[in-house]
Design a protein around this ligand. Structure first.
Ligand code: SF4
Ligand code: SF4
Length: 201
């Protein structure tokens, strides 16, 4: 765990960490830093903060360390960490909440992951299902990775693993309504949170 300057921690930063925990349904005091979450995480080698450290920095109120971390954006939401935790801390949910808070704060420490998220949601909203060839194309264009996947795409097209036609589910209007409701609920929650903070100042 890297050393951090605790003098930067304030009531506001502690409160911001507590709000993330609340969003995630996590009680930060439950974590006793055993490290089982980190030991089971399949992506720990690629992370800049270990899952255990994300929880520790939240406990400390080090909001900037958490919001600037790439870890929540690398997290694949596989739930291994949460299922291994002897204290039932839902680390997976905390990663998701940190990611939303980071995005809301305009941080985007891993822009590619943010672009991928947005394209995935847009794809599912329109078609009710992810059309991976178009998701990959949109992602590669927006992330400026123009030539990425070209070799694979050609091979997959030849083998019929992907096609050019779009798949749409029958219930795509329902899926679109669900996505819209989730986005609206998140926007309303964020607006309320900003209003509450304004009232506290
Ligand atoms: S497994 Fe649970 S208690 Fe152990 S470090 Fe991770 S979050 Fe904390
Ligand atoms: S949910 Fe995220 S942090 Fe937890 S084990 Fe999976 S990849 Fe790692």
């Amino acid at each position: 765990m890297r050393s951090i300057d605790l003098s930067g921690i304030s009531d506001a930063s502690v409160q911001a960490c507590e709000e993330i925990a609340k969003d995630a349904g996590v009680n930060l005091k439950d974590c006793y830093q055993c490290g089982k979450c980190t030991a089971g995480c399949p992506l720990a080698d690629s992370m800049d903060l270990m899952p255990r450290e994300v929880i520790r920095y939240l406990q400390l109120g080090a909001i900037d360390v958490v919001l600037d971390a790439k870890t929540p954006w690398i997290c694949a939401q596989c739930v291994v960490c949460s299922s291994r935790c002897p204290q039932n801390v839902d680390i997976c949910s905390a990663m998701r909440a940190v990611r939303l808070a980071s995005k809301h704060a305009g941080k985007r420490p891993l822009p590619e992951a943010d672009i991928f998220d947005d394209e995935f949601i847009a794809n599912v909203r329109v078609h009710g299902v992810s059309n991976e060839q178009y998701l990959a194309a949109a992602y590669n264009l927006k992330s400026l990775h123009f030539m990425q996947d070209m070799g694979n795409a050609t091979r997959m097209l030849k083998r019929g693993m992907v096609g050019v036609s779009m798949h749409n589910t029958k219930g795509r209007a329902n899926v679109a309504a669900l996505v819209d409701r989730a986005l609206e609920a998140d926007a309303a929650r964020r607006a309320q949170s900003d209003e509450d903070k304004g009232g506290d100042e």
